[in-house]
Ligand binder design. Structure first.
Ligand SMILES: CC(C)(COP(=O)(O)OP(=O)(O)OC[C@H]1O[C@@H](n2cnc3c(N)ncnc32)[C@H](O)[C@@H]1OP(=O)(O)O)[C@@H](O)C(=O)NCCC(=O)NCCS
Length: 333
């Protein structure tokens, strides 16, 4: 058997659209208040893409930032993976549009749908391709334009959701890399698939006038159930990862959790018996950016000097599916 290659995140980048909607702006759209949103979620503002900016446009911004950060050009990328729940179109894959917009050559392009666990699922797939030895640099982009599936009349969801993208170059070359991937764990609980979903537009409920009138082409969520399962799912993912990698929570310099709700993050911190300061949060100004969220938070922590060479960090996420996952990395810069 060939020895497994080490896997590195050679570069990381993120993108948030320019337009900001504050909680004050949300008060003008639905019957809500800044006080309710902040106390229930921690969110104060979110970025919303322009009407003509589609998911692949967000992805291209983050991809370009990640390639620059890794110091590589488009010619060195040999596969593109996009994780998203808001593809440009039902088919073909959004990764194909990213390739087209980046003016890249003939590399394989694929999409992966793992809800807000997109980065961690994407790392698993990218790492596998790198370890297999046939791919040197995978462009992994997690991008979502949740505003395109947001029901702006539903106050229980529209205050949470936002747009953004994060990108990574995953490869086998450690020289100059941002981090080494030391372990990864992903899981899913399909019994909760209908707790967070978009009911219509697929083969189960194709688009009709009725589905439009009934507002079935928007994200629907059972908030209470998702909240409970998010805490359980993320706690289980971290436990499994740490057991696999033989590490403990107090060895982590930083946790980078999915940025959905500060109360969910507080519950995980309490479960792990760690102070909240060990959990990097950006949700206050980004809202829930779905697939992109973990990467946006990670990039932010790195740019703000929160990671020193040799630090261990854990990414942990939860999302539609219901998916969950956690990744262990060592910062190398
Ligand atoms: C959505 C969420 C914030 C709601 O918080 P909650 O404390 O569970 O609130 P509830 O659902 O019990 O609603 C309480 C009340 O607030 C109301 N409410 C809901 N959204 C509101 C809003 N934006 N502004 C004001 N009131 C609102 C509800 O209508 C309800 O009123 P009622 O008691 O008169 O029926 C919470 O369930 C949550 O964060 N869930 C997880 C969501 C998530 O992170 N999803 C993404 C995972 S990837």
């Amino acid at each position: 058997m060939r020895e497994k290659k080490r896997v590195f995140v050679r570069g990381i980048g993120s993108y948030l659209p320019d337009r900001v909607l504050t909680n004050g702006d949300m008060e003008k759209i639905v019957d809500t208040s800044d006080e309710w949103i902040v106390s229930r979620t921690g969110i104060r503002e979110r970025h919303i893409a322009a009407a003509n900016q589609v998911t692949s446009d967000l992805a291209v911004e983050a991809a370009t930032a990640a390639m620059n950060n890794a110091g590589i050009g488009v010619g060195e990328v040999d596969a593109i993976i996009v994780t998203t729940v808001t593809p440009d179109v039902a088919f073909p894959a959004t990764a194909c549009f990213v390739q087209q917009k980046l003016g890249m050559g003939n590399c394989p392009c694929m999409d992966m749908e793992a809800g807000c666990s997109g980065v961690i699922y994407g790392l698993e797939l990218a790492a596998g391709l790198v370890q297999w030895g046939r791919y040197r640099n995978i462009l992994l982009v997690a991008a979502d334009k949740l505003s395109s599936v947001t029901d702006w009349t539903d106050r229980s969801t529209c205050v949470l959701l936002a747009d953004g993208a994060s990108g990574f170059i995953v490869g086998g070359e450690g020289e100059g890399a941002a981090a080494e991937l030391l372990g990864n764990h992903i899981a899913a609980d399909g019994s909760g698939a209908e707790f967070l979903w978009m009911p219509a537009g697929g083969s189960r409920l194709p688009a009709t006038e009725t589905t439009v009138v009934e507002r079935q082409h928007f994200l629907k969520m059972n908030g209470k159930e998702v909240f409970k399962r998010a805490v359980k799912g993320m706690a289980a993912a971290v436990d499994q990862l740490f057991s696999n990698c033989q590490v403990t929570a107090d060895q982590m310099r930083l946790f980078i959790p999915h940025q959905a709700n500060l109360r969910i993050i507080e519950a995980i911190a309490e479960y792990l018996n760690l102070p909240l300061e060990r959990f990097w949060t950006v949700l206050q100004r980004t809202g829930n950016t779905s697939s992109a969220s973990v990467g946006i938070a990670w990039d932010d922590a790195a740019r703000k000097g929160q990671l020193q060479r040799g630090d261990l960090l854990t990414l942990v996420a939860f999302g539609a599916g219901l998916t969950s996952g956690a990744a262990l990395l060592r910062w190398m810069r």
